[in-house]
Design a protein around this ligand. Structure first.
Ligand SMILES: Nc1ncnc2c1ncn2[C@@H]1O[C@H](COP(=O)(O)OP(=O)(O)OP(=O)(O)O)[C@@H](O)[C@H]1O
Ligand SMILES: [Mg+2]
Length: 225
């Protein structure tokens, strides 16, 4: 039972004297092993929703439970643990470290995993390098890769800790449609073979339709799920 249960989630942003209500009492249940797209027009609250689940930002009210645990109630130590072990993150702009090689970028999140031996860490990185098809680029730096290859490095980095849930805010927005679809295919395969939940946002209909479920946001509310 590692599903996500969201209840009455509200987020207000204060801009001077005005308040932007980015999420207006969102209720959602996302089962484990899901492949879900959060869709909706610009400003509908997609990033805000993902940031609440990722503990990147705090809700104004309401709760997010993961595997039955209210994530807001976690201590600072457990919040770090949740971010590093339960979650993986993929970003629109890849966010790779430019001075590190492909291998080193993927290896990086394992720094906090003292329970794994050096050999186990190496094996995990190599398994993912192979899974995302970057065997021949191990020593390359991000600037030597195409956009699609960079996003595949980011996917491998997100998965190296064996997270239960991967959050991806517009993972294909900086890619052409063929490459974007290849990235989606890779995420889909990982969802199928490993049971990792993927929660990704997109504007692009050809990306959305690949999801097993589409959560449509409009003006901070769930319009259809
Ligand atoms: N840090 C912030 N401060 C103030 N207002 C914000 C902040 N972040 C988001 N908002 C507002 O909250 C609303 C929801 O924004 P959000 O970024 O979640 O939308 P989105 O669906 O991700 O849009 P896009 O498709 O453009 O990425 C918008 O009205 C936005 O202007
Ligand atoms: Mg957004």
């Amino acid at each position: 039972m590692n599903g996500i249960r969201i209840e009455g989630l509200c987020k207000d942003y204060r801009l001077g004297r005005t308040v932007v209500r980015a999420l207006k009492s969102v209720d959602l249940e996302i089962k484990s092993n899901s492949f879900v797209c959060v869709a909706g027009p610009s400003g509908s609250g997609k990033t805000t929703l993902l940031n609440m689940i990722g503990l990147i930002d705090t809700p104004t009210s309401g709760s997010v439970r993961v595997g039955g645990t209210d994530i807001q109630a976690l201590s600072e130590r457990l919040r770090t643990r949740y971010r590093n072990r339960t979650l993986g993150f993929i970003f629109q702009t890849f966010n790779l470290l430019p001075v590190l090689s492909v291998y080193e970028n993927i290896h990086l999140p394992l720094i906090l995993h003292r329970e794994l031996s050096k050999q186990e860490k190496h094996a995990r990185v190599m398994e993912l390098v192979e899974a995302v098809g970057l065997d021949e680029h191990l020593r390359h730096k991000p600037f030597e890769l195409s956009g699609g290859q960079r996003q595949r490095v980011a996917i491998a980095r997100a998965l190296v800790t064996h997270p239960l849930i991967v959050l991806a805010d517009e993972p294909t927005a900086n890619l052409d449609s063929v490459t974007g679809n290849e990235v989606l295919e890779l995420m889909e395969r990982i969802n199928r073979t490993r049971g990792t939940t993927f929660l990704f946002s997109s504007h692009d209909p050809s990306i959305m339709q690949r999801a097993a479920r589409i959560i449509r946001l409009h003006d901070g509310k769930v319009e259809a799920a």
